[in-house]
Ligand binder design. Structure first.
Ligand SMILES: Cc1cc2nc3c(=O)[nH]c(=O)nc-3n(C[C@H](O)[C@H](O)[C@H](O)COP(=O)(O)O)c2cc1C
Length: 319
């Protein structure tokens, strides 16, 4: 039975943080490096080209994380399933998650009770991505173990609601596991997520530049040179709104025009579109160099501790 990791008290985590799954960016090397560095590591099932390859990767991940690394017990790991009606290999991906008893499954673009039941039956945790309250209510009704609030400014398919408002709204209807996603690239951001009422942070863009990611060097360089104003929210790439590095859109000939194009295409086609343009969230500012995952997590830990000490120092003396 995987150990729960929802509060710092019952966790082996170095930080209350999930390295989020990123299409074409997070593979098994990044996942393993994140878990070894002490945060939950994840990747999308679709990053393995076929279910057979995924089967092999899941065995490799399990073996790699079965033993302590440099004196530290690796953190739990997770796989992202795209639960959209246009994903033709969802059933095979789900079967593999059950076979390998993947500790954490992150479901996106759809929440199905039978998927949740299959994961929870072996003791797995299912976290569902939500961008609004309608999706949050559905996920709770359909048996997700926890929610990931994907707020404005996130990399990938971001929401449009402020993270502050989103956590307040969700916490009025849900006291279970809650993770905050969006524009968080420093340890200060993780502490802020906890201050708002989330249990953990969820961080993608900061790990695009990790040495172990699958991103091209030009993509990493564009992130390192960017600030929030360089990110553009558009549905012109695939019909679904997402955040991209504006420069990569311009290079691909996609106009910086935010008027909706309102076309729907399938998940598999959408992902092909992502090869030529690069996604990132508003939180590019604190990301200043390409470095190994261990160094990124060490920076996050230092920033988290410094912020906690600063806030602690602001507390009034007890009367
Ligand atoms: C390049 C990229 C690819 C992504 N691909 C996926 C994906 O395949 N599945 C998914 O659930 N989320 C995906 N996301 C969203 C992230 O999981 C997460 O919500 C987001 O990265 C958090 O915001 P941040 O990038 O500002 O840290 C992607 C994000 C990025 C930047």
């Amino acid at each position: 039975m995987p150990k729960p990791f929802w509060t710092p008290h019952d966790s082996d985590l170095r930080l209350p943080l999930i390295g989020s799954p990123m299409f074409l960016v997070s593979g098994k090397e990044l996942l393993i490096a994140q878990c070894r560095a002490g945060i939950v590591g994840t990747m999308p099932a679709l990053n393995a080209r076929t279910p057979e390859i995924l089967d092999g990767w899941l065995s490799e991940i399990r073996d790699a994380l079965a033993t302590p690394h440099q004196g530290r017990t690796p953190a739990p790991w997770g796989i992202n399933l795209i639960v959209h009606r246009t994903n033709p290999i969802l059933d095979q991906h789900l079967e593999l998650c059950v076979k390998h008893e993947v500790p954490v499954v992150i479901t996106s673009l759809g929440c199905r009770p039978e998927v949740n039941e299959a994961i929870r039956a072996y003791g797995g945790i299912v976290l569902h991505d939500v961008t609004n309250m309608e999706h949050a209510r559905k996920a709770i009704d359909r048996g997700a173990s926890g929610l990931i609030a994907v707020a404005a400014g996130a990399g990938g398919h971001a929401g449009t609601v402020s993270p502050i408002a989103m956590i307040e709204d969700i916490r009025r209807i849900w006291d279970g596991p809650l993770v905050l996603s969006g524009a968080m690239s420093s340890g200060r951001g993780i502490l802020a997520a906890q201050a708002l009422g989330a249990d953990m942070g969820y961080m993608g863009t900061a790990f695009v530049v990790a040495s172990e990611s699958l991103a091209k060097q030009a993509y990493r360089d564009m992130i390192v040179g960017a600030e929030a104003a360089d990110i553009f929210y558009t549905d012109r790439v695939s019909g679904t709104y997402a955040n991209f590095l504006a420069e990569s859109l311009v290079r691909a000939g996609i106009p910086l025009d935010s008027a909706p194009v309102e076309r729907e295409i399938g998940v598999m086609d959408e992902f092909k579109a992502w090869r030529d343009v690069w996604s990132a969230g508003h939180g590019v500012g604190p990301i200043r160099r390409t470095e190994p995952t261990e160094a990124i997590v060490a920076r996050l830990e230092r920033e988290y501790r410094e912020a906690a000490a600063r806030i602690g120092a602001m507390q009034p003396e007890p009367a």
